[in-house]
Write a protein that binds this ligand. Structure first.
Ligand code: NCD
Length: 360
């Protein structure tokens, strides 16, 4: 879990050149002192890190249950401040990050739309970001553009006050912290049956523009013998970049538009919403894909240990009646997000040993 190489800014000429590098060639740039410094891509996480961060999330979850434990947590980062720059709609990611900061005692400030910041006066996003860095120690950003969080980290890492940047969702590209909480949910759900290794996972819906399934797919390279089933209508099929990544890492995947046929086969079903905010033309009701919905009657078709996940918000993909079934884990998955994000922030600020000490 040591991230050895230091970033070598001088090797890169400018943003465009950097942005166009293969992700694997730029990971070092987001590390500092053998640790991850910025969280931008799911490809930054290796298996030891994933195991470790799940363990840390467990410890935080247990500590937070008691007054003494939560008091201890709330004193760890009283001297740190975070900025939540969320200029694309968000409920869960925003609130879970906000609560994660508060669990650790951090002070927070927020911008939830460009219309209330000086960007309306014509300030460039880069200058706006530098301004945040003058006041805070951590920036968590959600933005409709794919490369925004990455560019923020790139800009700040070249200033004399670099602060960590966490990608809270970058357009239709990536959502690395969602992938972490999804892994945490999968590992916890399969705790008694050998964890995530060897499992079969179906990802269903808008795989083309769903950043959650894209980031989660990248993480599969860290697990043994996982098989993915991409279930989508033709127009929302998983993009080639993910498929070549899976090929390169010898991860088995199948593509189908026949959802019912794979239901009995898989150990987890990850449902997603049609990401209609990325449709350029307001054509027909883009949510109308009933063949890619999970209804209460489907509960009879899945295995007794098969879990149903969803990053939420849901539209029509999962019938509300499904919520009552113990295999529906999406509300737990949502809560796991808060513990996982708390663990991530504790790790970024290096207070993980103080948490571990409570258990020794
Ligand atoms: C997802 C997102 O924003 O990408 N939601 C989330 O972060 N929990 C999924 C979605 O909006 O469909």
């Amino acid at each position: 879990m040591e991230y050895h190489k230091e970033k070598t800014i001088q090797n890169y000429q400018g943003w465009d050149e950097f942005y166009n590098l293969e992700v694997s060639d730029k990971l070092d740039f987001f590390c500092k002192e053998r640790k991850l410094f910025d969280i931008i891509f799911a490809q930054q996480f290796d298996r030891p890190f994933l195991n470790y961060i799940c363990h840390l999330a467990n410890q935080i979850r247990i500590l937070a249950k008691t007054r003494m434990g939560s008091d201890k947590l709330s004193r760890l980062l009283v001297h740190k401040r975070a900025m939540l720059y969320f200029v694309q709609p968000s409920t869960r990611t925003f609130i879970s990050f906000l609560n994660a900061c508060h669990i650790l005692g951090m002070k927070t400030s927020e911008i939830r739309g460009t219309t209330t910041s000086s960007e309306v006066k014509g300030e460039s996003p880069e200058d706006t970001i530098r301004t945040f860095a003058s006041y805070v120690d951590l920036i968590i950003a959600r933005h409709p553009e794919a490369g925004f969080a990455e560019k923020t980290a790139w800009v700040l890492n070249q200033t004399n006050r670099p602060v960590s940047v966490v990608n809270g969702g970058s357009g239709p590209d990536q959502h690395p912290t969602q992938a972490l909480l999804d892994i945490y949910t999968l590992e916890r759900s399969f705790e008694r049956i050998g964890g995530l290794d060897g499992k079969k996972i179906a990802m269903v819906g808008d795989l083309k523009r769903g950043r959650t399934v894209r980031s989660l797919s990248y993480l599969m390279k860290n697990y043994e013998n996982v098989t993915l089933y991409f279930v989508a209508p033709d127009i929302f099929k998983m993009r080639d970049d993910i498929k070549s990544f899976l090929d390169k890492h010898a991860i088995k995947f199948y593509e189908t538009d026949d959802f019912e046929s794979i239901m009995p086969v898989v150990d987890a079903i990850y449902m997603t919403r049609i990401q209609k905010e990325y449709s350029s033309a307001p054509t027909k009701e883009t949510d109308a894909y009933p063949d890619f919905h999970f209804t209460a009657s489907h509960l009879d078709n899945i295995q007794s240990h098969c879990i149903i996940m969803h990053p939420l918000p849901r539209r029509y993909e999962i019938e509300v009646a499904v919520d009552k079934d113990p295999r529906a884990v999406y509300w737990r998955q949502e809560r796991n997000g808060m513990w996982m994000r708390t663990a991530l922030i504790a790790y970024l600020f290096g207070v993980e040993n103080e948490i571990a000490n409570e258990f020794s």
